[in-house]
Design a protein around this ligand. Structure first.
Ligand code: ATP
Ligand code: MG
Length: 410
């Protein structure tokens, strides 16, 4: 892609009311555009990164036998009344009147509609287990939407629901889901800590959150300085320096972002909505459910929070909107020919490349490249001879490379 054609110029100042690093850099660099608090439009660069995250999530969900579906955003009040959540989620769920005085909600999560949809197609233990997921926008009337993509009022979520005949089967799938989640975050460049948290209204058991440590996080977790003990401070009474209940080392509090959350729902929804199956002996039982959420847009914001410097974003290779950012910094025609040819050659090799061919100063190009944060920069300047100058954005490591060896840097 030629940068002269790219929609979404960089801007000098982020919107005045943006305070979080992710919102400031993503807005300035042309990934997102704020509409109102917690509501963002995605520009071409933003769509590229968000799609990469969604595809990683999709691949890992497919590997654990997830099947992709797509549920409606508009919600039928009646279903939510059956679980008591039309009332209990009133504050957070957008609810309004449709035609003919019909009350409608916007999906803040999807346990109710999926349970109701599944009910029409499950009758026997032979129909179980199965795992359905979707990647879709959710709507929540969040009270504090001040952290850019970390807390949207409209935001992207992958939600998977598991349907099993026994607690044992649920437990087995739950453990596979934990592993898949850790792989997803690792592939996105994030180190997530599996953290025990409240099971919500559904369960006396813990739910498990996936928390990424960062000083700008809204969550607070208690972690052991030695072992893998981690609990959300909402359910943990330990203070800094107290003994870890698992290994007796000291614990400490850290700020973090919740990037994923998984729950053993048990029969809460199958009971309220009547999702049953006949077991081997012909007896009717309620389906045992689980729900598993990840916010791809929050992951995008988290990566921006964790990976930036004063100049801009620093994407891990797996999420970089382009594999290479090629900068032509010379006005010499010969150098332009070299850059044009290199661009064409790399495209022919199937490499996704952004080529800064704009008629602006070298300084502007260099600053924009650092702000946009593509993982690898290639530079053709006045001094370029046989080799191409490169800069790896993470660590700003510079060097020179033969054209034939560029692929090794990817
Ligand atoms: P929080 O406690 O941060 O409000 P939650 O526990 O209500 O989140 P879940 O219902 O568990 O969130 O949603 C599953 C996942 O969806 C979260 O782990 C997070 O990645 C993402 N998510 C939830 N709320 C938001 C939001 N307002 N903006 C962006 N992502 C969100
Ligand atoms: Mg949660």
């Amino acid at each position: 892609m030629r940068q002269s054609k790219l929609f979404g110029k960089t801007i000098r100042e982020a919107p005045k009311d943006e305070v979080s690093a992710n919102a400031i850099f993503l807005s300035r660099a042309g990934y997102i555009d704020k509409l109102i608090a917690g509501v963002y439009n995605y520009l071409p660069l933003g769509v590229k990164v968000l799609s990469k995250i969604q595809n990683i999530v999709r691949e890992e969900m497919n590997k654990i036998d997830g099947q992709e579906i797509y549920l409606s955003a508009l919600q039928h009040k009646e279903l939510w009344e059956k679980t008591g959540r039309w009332q209990s989620m009133k504050e957070i769920m957008f609810q309004f009147e449709g035609r003919g005085n019909q009350e409608i909600g916007l999906g803040a999560t999807h346990e109710e509609p999926i349970t109701s949809m599944v009910k029409k197609r499950v009758s026997s233990y032979r129909d179980l287990p199965f795992y359905l997921y979707q990647i879709q926008d959710k709507f929540r009337n969040e009270p504090r939407a001040k952290s850019g993509l970390l807390r949207g009022r409209e935001f992207n979520m992958k939600d998977l629901y598991s349907f099993c005949e026994s607690q044992e089967d649920l437990n087995k799938f739950y453990d596979r889901a934990i592993k898949a989640y850790l792989t997803i975050f690792e592939r996105c460049g994030l180190k997530a800590i599996v953290t025990e948290a409240s099971g919500g209204d559904f369960s006396k058991e813990y739910s498990h959150e996936f928390q990424v440590l960062t000083k700008n996080g809204e969550d607070n977790i208690v972690i052991c300085t030695k072992c893998d003990f981690a609990q959300n401070s909402e359910i943990c009474k330990l203070k800094d320096g107290d003994e870890c209940p698992k290994c007796k080392a000291k614990v400490k509090h850290e700020k973090s972002i919740e990037v994923g959350n998984i729950f053993k729902l048990g029969t809460k929804f199958s009971h309220d909505l009547g999702l049953k199956f006949k077991d081997k002996s012909g007896k009717e039982q309620e389906v045992i459910m689980g729900s598993y959420g990840i916010g791809p847009s929050r992951v995008m914001g988290s990566v921006a929070e964790v990976y930036h410097d004063e100049k801009g974003l620093i994407w891990p290779k797996s999420l970089s909107p382009f594999a290479i950012h090629l900068l032509l910094l010379s006005e010499d025609d010969k150098k332009k020919q070299i850059a044009d040819k290199l661009y064409d050659d790399l495209i022919k090799q199937g490499i996704d490349i952004l080529y800064d061919d704009r008629e602006v100063s070298a300084g502007v190009k260099l600053n924009d490249a650092d702000l946009i944060g593509v993982s690898l920069q290639l530079i053709i300047g006045d001094k370029t001879k046989d080799k191409v100058e490169y800069k790896i954005r993470a660590g700003n490591k510079k060097g020179e490379v033969d054209e034939k060896d560029i692929k090794k840097l990817l």
